[in-house]
Design a binder for this molecule. Structure first.
Ligand SMILES: CC(C)(COP(=O)(O)OP(=O)(O)OC[C@H]1O[C@@H](n2cnc3c(N)ncnc32)[C@H](O)[C@@H]1OP(=O)(O)O)[C@@H](O)C(=O)NCCC(=O)NCCS
Length: 160
């Protein structure tokens, strides 16, 4: 697998990939403000944001979207935010998310980012476990934020 930065031409492939995993997100990405199109096009190949794309045999097997100088809530210099991370269902359990997270740290560290933030939800135990395994710690919990019994959980990791 190769990990590379997204290019404007990747928009269609990223949209297809997001549609593939859409139903696994709570709420689905397609039902969030702007939907999948805005999420992909608003992040891809911008000054302060992009995707790192994992490819194998020209197929997207995983992707992580990030934004610099943003903590998920507001602009904060030196903080980065993961706006999307997923691995193709046929390629899970092979450390691809770990490799994407490592590539992201290698990308952001020289850009003067000191921390990376990400949110998940309380009914996603796989992602919760993954962030713990990757060295993230819970920084905030918003109870019932995504509906009754579905909390939003903020994770944060220091690069130093
Ligand atoms: C969560 C997701 C990105 C994990 O991708 P992956 O490539 O299978 O993860 P990796 O193989 O790199 O695993 C990285 C670490 O997280 C742990 N992990 C990953 N998925 C896990 C799961 N479902 N249950 C428990 N632990 C899990 C692994 O054990 C591994 O830790 P280890 O190396 O110490 O054993 C993938 O399941 C996915 O795309 N899910 C749907 C979308 C989603 O939920 N995204 C996150 C939204 S916040």
């Amino acid at each position: 697998m190769e990990i590379r930065e997204g290019l404007p031409d990747d928009l269609g492939r990223l949209i297809d990939f997001m549609e593939l995993v859409d139903h696994e997100f709570v709420p689905p990405l397609s039902l969030r403000p702007g939907g999948i199109y805005d999420r992909a096009s608003g992040t891809l190949a911008k000054v302060d944001s992009n995707f790192l794309i994992g490819e194998s045999n020209r197929r997207v097997v995983g992707a992580v979207g990030y934004r610099k100088n943003w903590n998920g809530i507001e602009e904060v210099m030196g903080e980065a935010y993961i706006s999307f991370i997923a691995v193709h269902p046929g390629y899970r359990g092979q450390n691809i998310a770990r490799l994407l997270d490592r590539a992201l740290a290698q990308k952001l560290d020289p850009d003067w980012m000191t921390h990376v933030n990400v949110t998940t939800w309380s009914t996603n135990p796989g992602a919760y476990r993954m962030y713990q395994q990757l060295g993230y710690v819970v920084s905030k919990t918003l109870e019932d934020h995504r509906g009754p019994g579905v909390d939003t959980i903020y994770f944060r990791k220091s690069f130093r």
